[in-house]
Design a binder for this molecule. Structure first.
Ligand code: NAD
Length: 311
């Protein structure tokens, strides 16, 4: 019997790629409930799902910021049975905090962190009762290591990681699997949405130096990092498929091996100074070396992506 998979945030990006990937599984191992906040945005998914729609894939409405919406979505699934829950919905926010409102910040926390909490409040009790299930959370490398001008977004992913670390022990007791997927940069609407919004951002609340660092140093790096290190949503979907089909899935899984040197710095120096120092130097001192190494990585990625799309 196929496993029931509920995925949030499937109108675009990783969620869409993942829903389609699982629905098109050769061995028909999954029944996918691809959910989204606004069903009017289902066109891309409908198109990509093709013949799987109504068979191995169903589209449902679910807003992670609304507990009732989560409950009625889960209630509509046969026996309310979710074998694999994939918490993917999320929003980004970049820029100096002086230029962001508390309301905007709360929206990020409400979606990325409380969205996961709300999902689990609904899905966890049944999983515990059945002593069966896999909770998969699309976190980020920014749940391990923060990045300049991503203060609130990183905080939301740290919240996710701390929450899951605490829950992991209980999950083990109930025979449940819990996995954090930690992608580096992924080329999706997420990136472009965040980028466009940040260009429109009113920087008048920030001092001149901060505004200058943000626009002329950070934004330049931002584009370069996505171009050189960026993965495709399909690659994250591929990694996630592997994780959910393992007998003993890991608690944490980073999808981008080019990014691991960055996260490893954190574990190499418990004082945390090494990470801060390396980031500082790559942004403010060795800017040219940094750009050159990113260009080199871009070449590597371009070559590996060619082989990726072939198979
Ligand atoms: P995306 O913007 O294409 O997808 C995010 C989806 O979440 C969208 O479809 C959006 O409509 C949906 N969403 C937002 N608020 C929602 C709500 N209240 N209820 C339900 N759905 C809601 O971007 P993506 O890159 O595919 O992001 C998916 C996940 O991957 C996010 O959790 C993000 O933090 C994470 N991530 C992204 C990157 C990246 O660089 N793009 C890197 C690491 C992790």
């Amino acid at each position: 019997e196929p496993k029931t998979v509920l995925i949030t945030g499937c109108s675009s990006g990783i969620g869409l790629a993942l829903a389609v990937k699982l629905a098109k599984d050769d061995k028909k191992r999954f029944k996918v409930y691809a959910t989204m906040r606004n069903l009017k945005k289902s066109t891309h998914l409908v198109e990509a799902a093709g013949k799987t729609l109504g068979r191995t894939l169903e589209i449902k409405e679910l807003d992670v910021c609304d507990e009732d919406s989560i409950r009625s979505c889960v209630d509509s699934i046969p026996e309310k049975k979710v074998d694999i829950l994939i918490s993917n919905a999320g929003v980004g926010l970049i820029g100096p905090i002086e230029c962001q409102t508390i309301e905007e910040m709360k929206k990020v926390m409400d979606t990325n962190f409380f969205g996961l909490v709300r999902l689990l409040k609904v899905v966890l009790p049944d999983m515990k009762r059945r002593k069966k299930g896999h909770i998969v959370v699309i976190s980020s490398v920014m749940g391990i290591q923060g990045i300049m001008f991503n203060d609130i977004y990183a905080a939301s992913k740290f919240a996710v990681e701390g929450f899951c670390e605490s829950l992991a022990v209980q999950a083990l007791r109930f025979n449940l699997h819990l996995s954090l997927i930690e992608p580096g940069p992924v080329i999706t609407e997420f990136e472009s949405k965040v980028y466009e919004e940040s260009l429109k951002m009113d920087l008048s609340a920030a001092d001149e130096e901060t505004a200058n660092i943000y626009l002329n140093v950070y934004m330049k790096h931002y584009k370069e990092i996505f171009q050189s290190l960026g993965q495709l949503p399909e690659e994250i979907a591929e990694h996630t498929l592997k994780i959910i089909t393992l007998d003993n899935p890991p608690f944490r899984h980073q999808t981008n091996s080019l990014y691991t040197p960055v996260t490893t710095l954190k574990y190499a120096d418990p004082t945390g100074d090494l990470s801060v120092d390396v980031f500082y130097k790559s942004v403010f001192k060795y800017d040219k070396i940094f750009t050159a190494s990113l260009n080199f990585l871009k070449l590597l990625r371009w070559r590996s992506r060619k082989s990726f799309t072939l198979d």
